[in-house]
Ligand binder design. Structure first.
Ligand SMILES: [Zn+2]
Length: 73
């Protein structure tokens, strides 16, 4: 059985205390509008934010990582 190096703790929203729901690996959302991104930490989601999954070549493997885009206009 494989064990992860970092325990996958359930992230709780710092704003309202509810459990955050994972949308992608490294990206979680809360119903109240808070989001968490692995390398950015907690931030407040705005209506112009678009969340997507981007493929990134890492050696021979292709990793998928969440990216935040902003709608323009
Ligand atoms: Zn919340």
């Amino acid at each position: 059985m494989a064990t992860a190096k970092v325990p996958n703790k359930k992230r709780v929203c710092p704003n309202c205390g509810r459990k955050m729901v994972q949308q992608f690996i490294g990206l979680k959302h809360c119903k109240c509008g808070m989001s968490w991104k692995k390398d950015a930490g907690y931030f407040e989601r705005t209506p112009d934010m678009v969340f997507a999954l981007q493929r990134q070549a890492s050696g021979r493997k292709v990793k998928q990582r969440p990216v935040i885009r902003h709608k323009d206009g």
